[in-house]
Design a protein around this ligand. Sequence first.
Ligand SMILES: *Cc1c(COP(=O)(O)O)cnc(C)c1O
Length: 411
Amino acid sequence: MTSSVSPLSTDLAARKLPDSLGRFGAYGGRYVPEILVEPLDRLEAFYREAKDDPDFQAEMRELLRQFAGRATPLYHAKRLSEHLGGAAIYLKREDLLHTGAHKINNCLGQAILARRMGKSRIIAETGAGQHGVAAATVCALFGFPCTVYMGLEDMRRQALNVFRMRLLGAEVAGVDTGSRTLKDAISEAMRDWAANFETTHYLLGSALGPHPYPLMVRDFQSVIGVEARAQYLAISNGKPPDLLIACVGGGSNAIGLFHPFLGDESVRMVGVEAGGRGAGLGDHAARFTGGLPGVLQGTRSYVLQDDDGQIAPTHSVSAGLDYASVGPEHAWLRDRGRVAYTSCSDGDAIAAARMLSRLEGIIPALESAHAVAEAVKRAPGAQGQTFIVNLSGRGDKDIGIFRENMPELDA
Ligand SMILES: *Cc1c(COP(=O)(O)O)cnc(C)c1O
C-alpha cells in the first residue's frame, strides 16, 4: 500500500461530523417546529444504538445482498475510456440494484430502523417518484402501510411511477399547494409526521432535512464508497483512484461515494449539479453557483433564492436533481475546498447518456448522465489517471425524455 492510503480513512475532522447538534460547520442543524424536536431526538438515539448493534448491521448486510443485489460491480468502461483517449474510467454500477438506483440502500436502512422503533406506518415524499417507489418497495417487504406525498404536477408528469407505487400497495397522496412539486411534498410529509410521529416513521429520501437525517442517510449510502474503495484498491495494488465523480441532487449518492474516501488525501472529488438550460435563476438547480446560504426544510445549506430570500423555482431535465437546496455536508465540503462542485447542462447530460449507451451498452439515468458528462470533459488529457464515476441509476425511467430529445432515432 502507498503511504497516502490507510485501511480506514484518517481525516478525523471529516469523519467526526456532524457535531452533537447535527452541524457541519455553519451548515446542517435542525430548524423545525418545537413539536418535531423530541421525535428527532428519539430517531437519533435509536439510530446511534442501531449503528453499533451487530444484529442491525447483519440484517442490513443480508438485505443489501439478497434483496437489493449488492455488491454492485466496479466496472472498467474500456470502450468509453479509449474513445476519450485519457483517463481510465470506472463505473460504480448502482444502476444494477433492485428498483434501479442507489435509493434502495437508504430505504432498507430506515425500514429496519422503523421496525426497531416499533412504528406501524411509514410516510415518504417524492419528486419524480424514484424515492417513492423505493420506499413503497421496502414497505411491501416489511408489511408497513405506506403513504407517499407527491405534488400534483409531479403526479401528472410521472404517472407511471404513481402506478408503480400503487401496485406495491402504497397510497399516493397528491399535494395541491405551492408549485405542486417536491418541496411542497416534503412540507406535507413533515406536517403528517408532526401529527402522527408516535406511530409513524418519516422515511426521508436524501442527505437533507433536519438532523439526524443527513448523518443517517450518508451512513446508509456509504456502502457505495466502502465497496468502491475496496474494489479499486484490490485491483490497483493499493494505489487510490485519482478522481471521484457523482451527480448531486440532495446529495446522497455523492456523499455515499465520497465519504469513505475523505481521508485519502490524494483523491480529488467533484460533485455535478444540474446546469439545466442556462444560468438564469429558474433555469437550473446549481445551488453552489447560483445560491446562497439559507434555511430550507429543516437544514441550513446553499439555497437558490431570489433577492427577497424567497425560494427560487428550479429546472433540470433530470427530476432527481431538481431541488432548490443541497445536503449540508456538501456545503461544508465545498467551503473547505475538499470537494469541487460544477454543473452540467441538460444538453451535455443527454449527449453523455447517448455516448455511454452506444459505447458500453449501458443506458444511464439522466441524473447519472450528469456525472458521466463530467468524466467526458475531464478524461481527454488525463493519461495515467483513474476516475470512478457513480452510475447512480439506470435510464429506463427516462426513455420518454430521451425520445423527445432524439427524434432522429424515432422516425
Ligand atoms: C434521486 C436520484 C438522484 C439524486 O439524489 P441524490 O440524493 O443526490 O443522490 C441521482 N440519481 C438517481 C438515479 C436518482 O434516482
